[in-house]
Design a protein around this ligand. Structure first.
Ligand code: SER
Length: 315
């Protein structure tokens, strides 16, 4: 089984895809992991193994890449994030849904064996209880991105039940990394703040001081992604998407953590349209089902993450 495993990562040039590709190539061998994206990635991705330019919404091209490389597992990381999706609702819907249907249909037709598809805390909405948000609760997402992720979750569960498709998903919180920038998300401030702190010792935040959101360092996100994909089938009891948590903080708290390294760092606040998106999301997440079903455990908290971010961005 492992011998014939061949992985396709769609969206390999993005924030998660870049690090996921490196991790999986390390683990399974460079030639077994095909990276793909609509645009080229950084040197590490392009030079360490096969790469295909791929439009995830184009079924024929996706199928061609899958058949040509004899792909067994697909990680579908291409998506339009929350802030950009508010500007281009139909484009976001088209990308986020059609890319998912393409992969689900390939699995239904037995052309691939296993799918990872990321969901998000954006599936929750303003009517969801905000603290320690449960796996199953009120879900009335109010953003284009959240609607697409919530709908995607329903379809994943449907394809699993009706066609036996092995699809696995987690609801990522905001993700913080130093190798590749996120693009167009509401939680992006928590990456940008480190870059600006190092460069200018100043940051103007587009969310207000007290906006607490669930967050996670990229290493934990990669660990969760690979962890759920490697779990034995029967361990995966939820086929829409698992809640997943590591830490929660607000802009004031991340600024305080940065000040321990850069004492004269200053933060100011100038909330824009993203404030309303953030206000519609939970502050903290109850992820006990992921911990119980497939052994999820996070390891990195705010101060450790700050130390890692600052040390690496200074290089
Ligand atoms: N980080 C994403 C965003 O802000 C949420 O999944 O859009």
């Amino acid at each position: 089984m492992l011998l014939k495993k061949r992985i396709l990562i769609i969206g390999a040039s993005g924030q998660i895809g870049t690090e996921l590709t490196a991790h999986l190539r390390n683990k399974y061998g460079n030639l077994k992991v095909i990276a793909s994206d609509i645009k080229e990635g950084d040197d590490a991705i392009m030079k360490s193994g096969p790469f295909e330019i791929l439009d995830a919404t184009d079924y024929d091209t996706v199928q061609d890449v899958v058949m040509r490389h004899e792909i067994t597992d697909v990680y579908l990381m291409a998506a339009m994030l929350s802030a950009t999706a508010e500007k281009f609702p139909m484009k976001a819907w088209n990308l986020n849904m059609n890319s998912l249907f393409n992969i689900l249909n390939l699995a239904r037709d037995k052309k691939i064996e296993k799918i990872f598809w990321p969901s998000s805390i954006a599936v929750f909405g303003p009517t969801t209880p905000k603290v320690n948000t449960a796996q199953r609760t009120v879900m009335e997402p109010s953003t284009v991105y959240g609607i697409s992720k919530q709908t995607g979750e329903r379809w994943c569960e449907y394809y699993s039940k009706r066609f036996g498709v092995d699809v696995r998903s987690i609801r990522y919180p905001g993700l913080i990394s130093y190798k590749t920038l996120p693009g167009g998300g509401t939680t992006d401030y928590a990456v940008d703040i480190y870059h600006k702190a190092i460069k200018h010792k100043k940051y103007i935040c587009f969310l207000n001081a007290k906006t607490t959101l669930p967050m996670m360092f990229i290493d934990d996100a990669i660990k969760a992604t690979v962890g759920i994909m490697e779990a034995e089938g029967p361990e995966i009891k939820i086929r829409n998407a698992y809640n997943l948590a590591a830490m929660s903080f607000n802009p004031e708290e991340i600024a305080a953590s940065i000040k321990k390294h850069i004492p004269d760092f200053e933060i100011k606040f100038n909330p824009d349209f993203r404030q309303e998106i953030a206000d519609s999301w939970p502050q903290s997440i109850d992820d006990q089902e992921a911990r119980k079903d497939w052994g999820w455990k996070h390891s990195i908290a705010l101060d450790e993450m700050t130390e890692i971010m600052i040390r690496n961005l200074k290089k």
